[in-house]
Design a protein. Structure first.
Length: 95
C-alpha cells in the first residue's frame, strides 16, 4: 500500500483556513459538513458520484474514480475563489 502524501500548502499556516473554506463552500453546495472534520465531506461526494470510498484502505479504487471526488470538491473551491477575486476587483474599480 502506498503512503498518502501529506498535503503541503505554499503558504505556511493556512491549512486550518483552507479546511474552513472547504467546509463553507461544500455546505453552500448542499452537503452535510462536520465543521470539526471538513475533509469527511469527500465520503458524501463519493457516495453521490457512485464511488465506494471508505475510511481506510481504498486500494481497489481507480485513480480516475477517486479523482472525480477530489475534482468535484477542488473544482467547487476554485470556482468560489475565482468568484471572490472577481468581486474584490469589481469593488476596487468602483469610485
Amino acid at each position: 500500500m502506498m503512503a498518502r502524501r501529506k498535503r503541503r500548502y505554499a503558504v505556511p499556516g493556512v491549512e486550518q483556513g483552507m479546511q474552513a473554506f472547504k467546509a463553507d463552500v461544500m455546505k453552500r453546495e448542499g452537503y452535510a459538513v462536520d465543521p470539526n472534520r471538513p475533509d469527511d465531506v469527500k465520503y458524501e461526494v463519493a457516495k453521490e458520484l457512485g464511488v465506494p470510498l471508505q475510511p481506510g484502505d481504498n486500494g481497489g479504487l481507480t485513480t480516475e474514480s477517486v479523482g472525480h471526488v477530489g475534482g468535484k470538491i477542488g473544482g467547487t473551491m476554485v470556482r468560489e475563489m475565482i468568484r471572490l477575486a472577481q468581486e474584490q476587483i469589481a469593488n476596487r474599480e468602483q469610485p
